[in-house]
Design a protein around this ligand. Structure first.
Ligand code: IMP
Length: 432
């Protein structure tokens, strides 16, 4: 399940919806910078690191080695789920190779994400995800498996936190953190977490071997991929679907199909290019009706019309075989809706120099409600037409539609988990 935009496409709801049909759900990149929202009646739960399959008692919840994991965040979410009478005991497995996000990573993230000569402000979530991935690449990070070796842990934590403190004090003039307190906290958390530490690929393959489906739950979105997207305004992991294999640890011998989740319009939090952004009352209407506030940071999301140029790139680069469209109900009651279909005078991979370079398709709006629809026949004709155009422009058919926050708010054209397509079909849909 890949977010095809800048994150916040509604992955939590969709993963939850599909989880009843799979044996396991596995997060494979990012950390608690994600915010996957689940709604049940008037109750709302935002999961940041826990796989969104957690609500189904029979589903294995796995966090693969490509993710960076805050122990505090895991423990908080176990508790939040307990408040909903949901236990993940015995069915949550965190790969021993997952890197640990420490509180000092968060401090460093907050202190360092500032514009200055030679450096842009990214507008990160301040959760410490970038600094934790930096320590991973620097070969000094701590991993969940290290929690089982308390004898060496203190030295490792001291080394790492002193390094963070040096930067915090000397470079950023910010408050430091006590390494001894940090070690004690981690040792306490280890007692609770160690029973959940294991080998994710083995667990997932046990299910795959029985022919059961495993849902790999992407976080953020393709347009935030560290290598492929608008660098430096990106997150610090590979959000691309290909990383689902490295991040879960599953070998590339299983048939993998990619479902792309696209919001019916675009939103972005943080800085960076956003060609179709609307800074006028139309954008404000999207933000208000769509309740577009960051699930992790509460920041207002930037809003704009759907960008089919970028969506098509996401479909192409990730082998997306079917699209699930979310929040189409937010467009109920508009006279017309727009889709960006091209950037004039812009080289592939570049951004349009100005708004005037964006080519638009204007489609009729609809007055009847998409909100709450559960069957395709209930959808207004103009809304169906909008979906068909999305599929044509993106190069992948729309297979399902989320029509509201509840699990039941859902229209399925084809079963998303039974998609079957070949590389040839993928290329021919994109006319490549
Ligand atoms: P970081 O991932 O916290 O380092 O933030 C880098 C960029 O990714 C910022 O623009 C964030 O707003 C954005 N970002 C990170 N996680 C999410 C997410 O789950 N949804 C949307 N944007 C995100």
């Amino acid at each position: 399940m890949l977010g095809t935009q800048w994150g916040d496409e509604g992955k939590g709801k969709v993963v939850d919806r599909l989880s009843s049909q799979v044996a396991a759900v596995c997060r494979y990149q990012g950390g608690h910078n994600a915010g996957h929202t689940l709604v049940n009646g008037n109750r709302k739960l935002v999961l940041h690191i826990m796989p969104a399959g957690a609500l189904y008692s029979g589903v294995l919840c796995a966090i693969g080695k490509g993710a960076v994991v805050s122990p505090a965040s895991v423990l908080e979410e176990i508790e939040a789920l307990r408040q909903w009478d949901i236990s993940v005991e015995g069915r949550l497995v965190i790969d021993a190779r997952c890197h640990i996000v420490l509180p000092s990573h968060g401090l460093l993230d907050s202190a360092s994400d500032r514009a200055g000569p030679g450096r842009a402000e990214i507008g990160t979530t301040r959760k410490g995800i970038g600094p934790a991935y930096e320590d991973r690449a620097g070969r000094r990070g701590l991993r969940f498996g290290d929690l089982a070796r308390p004898g060496q842990l203190a030295d490792r934590v001291h080394y790492l936190v002193e390094r963070h403190n040096f930067l915090l004090r000397e470079r950023y003039d910010a408050a430091a953190i006590d390494p001894a307190e940090q070690t004690d906290l981690l040792l306490k958390q280890a007692e609770q977490l160690l029973p959940m530490v294991g080998d994710v690929p083995t667990e997932l393959m046990r299910h795959a071997n029985k022919g059961d489906a495993v849902l790999m739950e992407g976080a953020q979105g393709y347009l935030l991929d560290v290598d492929s997207a608008s660098y430096p305004f990106v997150t610090s992991s590979n959000t691309a679907a290909a990383n689902a294999l490295v991040g879960t640890g599953l070998p590339p011998v299983f048939p993998m199909r990619v479902l792309g989740l696209a919001k019916a319009y675009n939103t972005r939090v943080g800085d960076g290019p956003f060609p179709t952004e609307l800074t006028d009352e139309v954008g404000e209407r999207l933000r208000t009706v769509g309740d577009e506030q960051g699930a992790t940071t509460g920041r207002p999301r930037r809003c704009g019309w759907l960008d089919a140029v970028l969506l098509r790139q996401a479909v192409r680069d990730n082998g997306v075989g079917g699209l699930i469209v979310s929040k189409l109900d937010v467009l109920d009651g508009w006279d017309e809706v727009r889709i960006a279909t091209g950037y004039a005078d812009t080289a592939e991979g570049d951004w349009p120099a100005s708004e005037d370079d964006i080519e638009w398709e204007v489609l009729p709006g609809w007055q009847d409600a998409v909100a709450g629809c559960t069957r395709a026949e209930q959808l207004p004709a103009a809304a169906r037409h909008y979906l068909e155009r999305i599929g044509e422009l993106a190069g992948a058919p729309v297979v399902a539609l989320s029509t509201g926050p509840e699990r039941s708010h859902w229209v399925e054209f084809t079963d998303p988990l039974s998609l079957s397509y070949s590389a040839e079909q993928h290329l021919s849909r994109l006319q490549l």
